[in-house]
Write a protein of this length. Structure first.
Length: 331
């Protein structure tokens, strides 16, 4: 049984890299029946062109679907499109949710932008512990530093379309010739040029995951009480609140509100926006059954088939009938 990593999925075909060789595989029916979704980045066991088993993941992102990555590189443009700190905070919070190390890249340094913007970026994000690099793909500024960020890792490049993700990769390795498109002057945003996830080797030691983008990130999958855990500066403050379910909006005895001067305005504004989305999610599931009956369970670290609720009820009824029959016979 060979092992390898899925680097591309197209239709029903899964492309696996193993010991420097590429293999085109399909999925065994037993895996399909277990309804386990296979992601780009998954390590698998395969044999004779069929994937037999998905190996444990160290991490994953649900949308876009990718697994086993070393870091997320959030790429933002300083201009064209204008830097949107709320959107940047959205990506940062998403990476925090999935517990994936994150670095920040600010591209298009060659364009005219507000002089105090770089100081603002350092003031907000450097003290939160983020590694920051400034680049210009067109002028090849900061490309060496950007290459060093990627060295020896599988990185997901995250950011709005048009910020220059593909241009940065092309600056590192022009032979890749990833497609790029200019930003619309009217809409101030680019057009997605990537249609599926794929791991691309950019040099001997580094790879990136080319994705269709993260533009639709929304916190419609998390409860409101957990949103503050996505903000590093709020975590040490939340335990000081009077109420354990404090949402830090207008509650009495809120320790976060008492130290609001320590939190950047755009960060807190982002928090309130995410809270609103989480509240909508909470309201939605209040009236919807969200329990999913899985078709397998784990006993002693082994996966075993699970009997459906319908079959379990049938088995219980049969057992009851046998018991009653034995009692009648004894009488």
């Amino acid at each position: 049984m060979a092992q390898g990593q899925i680097y591309k999925i197209h239709s029903d075909f899964y492309y696996v890299l193993s010991n420097g060789e590429n293999f085109e595989c399909k999925v065994r029916e037993v895996l399909k029946k277990q309804k386990e979704k296979i992601l780009v980045g998954d390590f698998v066991e395969f044999n004779n062109g069929h994937i037999e088993k998905i190996l444990p993941r160290k991490n994953y992102i649900a949308r876009p679907s990718v697994a086993n990555i070393d870091q997320i590189v959030i790429v933002s443009a300083l201009k064209q499109p204008d830097l949107n700190l709320i959107q940047l905070n959205r990506y940062i919070a998403l990476a925090k949710y999935y517990k994936i190390p994150t670095v920040l890249c600010f591209n298009k340094e060659d364009l005219d932008f507000e002089e105090d913007l770089i100081n603002l970026i350092y003031e907000i994000y450097e003290k939160l512990g983020f590694q920051i690099v400034f680049t210009s793909a067109t002028e090849r500024q900061g490309i060496k530093a950007f290459r060093e960020l990627l060295d020896g890792k599988i990185s997901v490049l995250c950011g709005n379309s048009g910020v220059g993700k593909s241009s940065l990769i092309n600056a590192i390795n022009p032979n890749l010739n990833l497609r790029t498109k200019s930003v619309s002057e009217k809409l101030q945003r680019g057009t997605h040029t990537t249609r599926h996830c794929e791991i691309i080797k950019i040099n001997e030691t580094s790879s990136i995951v080319d994705t269709p983008g993260f533009s639709n990130v929304k916190f419609d999958f998390i409860m409101p009480a957990d949103v503050d855990l996505l903000f590093e500066e709020m975590i040490p403050l939340r335990d000081g609140c009077k109420y354990s379910d404090c949402l830090h909006i207008n509650e009495d005895g809120c320790n976060v509100l008492g130290h609001l001067a320590q939190i950047d305005d755009t960060r807190y504004e982002s928090y309130l926006e995410f809270i609103k989305e989480a509240k909508e999610y909470k309201e939605k599931i209040k009236y919807e059954g969200k329990k999913i009956e899985h078709n397998k369970k784990f006993i002693n670290n082994k996966s075993v088939a699970k009997i459906s609720e319908r079959k379990r009820m049938g088995a219980r009824n049969n057992l009851k009938q046998r018991v009653y029959k034995e009692i009648e016979e004894e009488q």
